[in-house]
Ligand binder design. Structure first.
Ligand SMILES: [Zn+2]
Length: 304
């Protein structure tokens, strides 16, 4: 028996504009899950978080699986693999994306870079290249800038960015995401659902009141539409500029039993319930490579 829980998180299975995947994402994910099933005990996320909080023992090498954002391939590709292997999973959904009232700005920006008719542009005092490796790095810089804006400012800045990149056509980003019927299917097939905010907010950049309203509304909307209790929130972006003391406080007041960040690491009884840790993975990058990369990144960050 153990008192450690490792939460593994993914986003899309196959390539999107924002998150390119090398090779077959579905094959990569299936390989990861098969290996995991051999050396770990895969447990349902919510129950395991409850056990940890209440001091009940977990099986040794307890691991829980979750997916953020509600990409449509979570249902089409990840769910059949989970079913085949008999593994539980949790999906963190965004009501605004499910209803098509919001857009995934990171995918729109990714598309505009990928399809840009310009080799480079100027945007908010930055020179941004669009092609090859430099293009990916510049996309990252633009995305970091957009991520740390409040919602209203971001909308204007994104429109300006897309305008300057002058891509041909339409991104079709809505088709990348689940809709409400798909979300209901996740539930009816026995998977669990959590909140990922109403519109994928960078919570800590919003006022404490706005954070509370968003978290309350996203929980109530998901509960109303899906008819299941929503007890866990995964904070979008989940890093230090997206999760503050006000965010953790808002999550607890808005009725969540647990909050998860993307802070690297595992969870013990000592982990704050509104600030759980996760290891975020991609289907084409192995566990060892991810962990070594993150640990090396930490060492480097400490040196700087
Ligand atoms: Zn997200």
């Amino acid at each position: 028996m153990s008192s450690h829980l490792t939460v593994l998180g993914w986003h899309n299975v196959e390539s999107t504009w924002c998150f390119p995947v090398t090779g077959s994402g579905a094959a990569g994910l299936e390989g990861q899950l098969r290996r995991l099933r051999k050396f770990a005990n895969v447990v349902p996320l919510e129950e395991a978080l409850d056990s940890l909080r209440e001091g009940r023992p977990l099986p040794p090498r307890a691991v829980a699986l979750c997916w953020d954002d509600g990409y449509v391939d979570n249902l089409r590709l990840a769910v059949p693999i989970l079913e085949k292997l008999g593994l539980p999973g949790t999906f963190f959904l965004v009501p605004g994306l499910l209803s098509r009232e919001s857009r995934a700005w990171w995918e729109v920006a990714g598309w505009a870079f990928e399809r840009s008719s310009k080799e480079r542009i100027e945007w908010r005092g930055m020179r941004l290249f669009t092609r090859g490796q430099a293009g990916r790095i510049c996309y990252g810089r633009a995305a970091d800038t957009l991520r740390t804006m409040a919602a209203e400012e971001r909308e204007e800045a994104l429109a300006d960015l897309v305008d300057r990149l002058a891509a041909e056509g339409e991104p079709g980003d809505a088709g990348l995401f689940l809709d409400w019927n798909d979300a209901k299917e996740l539930v009816s097939r026995g998977f669990s659902v959590g909140s990922h905010t109403m519109r994928h907010a960078t919570l800590a950049q919003e006022s404490p009141k706005a954070q509370f309203e968003d978290l309350r509304q996203s929980r109530e909307t998901l509960e109303g539409e899906l008819g299941v209790p929503i007890r866990v929130v995964a904070y979008p972006f989940g890093q230090s500029d997206a999760v503050s003391e006000a965010t953790r406080d808002a999550a607890e007041r808005a009725g969540y039993a647990h909050g998860l960040t993307t802070e690297f690491g595992w969870n013990t009884r000592a982990t704050p319930i509104a600030h759980g840790r996760r290891i975020m993975l991609e289907p084409h990058i192995g566990f060892a490579q991810t962990v070594v990369g993150r640990v090396a990144g930490r060492i480097q960050a400490r040196r700087e």
